[in-house]
Design a protein around this ligand. Structure first.
Ligand SMILES: [Zn+2]
Length: 230
């Protein structure tokens, strides 16, 4: 009964204060919470998870402790995906975090992989203070709530405040190499962890994080990102 009342209240609320599609700004129907259905169809799924992550596993250097690497969408200058990632990264939009984490949870269920924990790529403390949040915490907590896999918040720390973008792949690897450390206050138990990040671009950040995690031989890893940029 309470559920019915809450749903009705929600419907009335959305009639009075209609939500807008976070991709294109068009007004949404009450049943669509984040994104207009045609806009969602426009997001280009990579389907990397159906290819056993082969493409990205190969790019990451085929480590036997690295099990799966997948991205949800191609970052193909599609206005929608850019806009959604912007909302997540700079506005801390929880609805967007929920939207993406639901998609990730779907893939995890589909692949029937079990994880002992989720780890988000950390921001440097200075950048996190300035922004007020780490966007990967939004995905991690939401994914944890829907999948039951614990989110290991602050398991890693970023020790170097690296610039957001560098010109070449070589540059980037040099810049982010040794930029991460384990948080001594948050010891990880042995197990298979899912490392999450927003965009896979050169792979340098994820390589730096995973090399650190692989320095502990008790840990196995899979990687998931929201977008993949060629
Ligand atoms: Zn839209």
């Amino acid at each position: 009964m309470l559920n019915v009342i809450l749903r009705l209240l929600n419907e009335v609320f959305s009639l009075v204060f209609p939500q807008q599609c976070l991709g294109c700004g068009r007004e949404l129907f009450a049943t669509q919470k984040i994104i207009f259905f045609p806009c969602e169809l426009d997001l280009h799924l990579t389907y990397f998870h159906l290819q056993h992550g082969a493409k990205l596993l190969y790019k990451m250097g085929l480590n036997p402790a690295l099990k799966e690497v997948f991205s949800l969408y191609f970052f193909n200058k599609n206005r929608c995906i850019e806009s959604l990632l912007y909302q997540l990264k700079y506005k801390g939009n929880k609805r967007v975090g929920h939207f993406f984490s639901q998609k990730m949870a779907g893939i995890i269920t589909e692949k029937k992989v079990s994880f002992d924990g989720i780890i988000g790529v950390p921001l440097h403390a200075k950048r996190k203070r300035k922004r007020g949040f780490n966007q990967m915490d939004l995905i991690g907590t939401s994914l944890s709530a829907s999948s039951g896999i614990p989110y290991c918040k602050d398991a890693l720390v970023r020790t170097k405040n690296t610039p957001a973008l560098s010109k070449t792949k070589g540059d980037r690897a040099q810049v982010v190499g040794n930029a991460f450390a384990f948080n001594p206050a948050k010891k990880l138990a042995a197990g298979h962890y899912l490392l999450i990040d927003d965009i896979y671009t050169t792979g340098a950040t994820l390589n730096a994080c995973s090399s650190l995690l692989f320095s502990d031989s008790r840990l196995e890893l899979s990687i998931a990102t929201i977008a993949y940029r060629d």
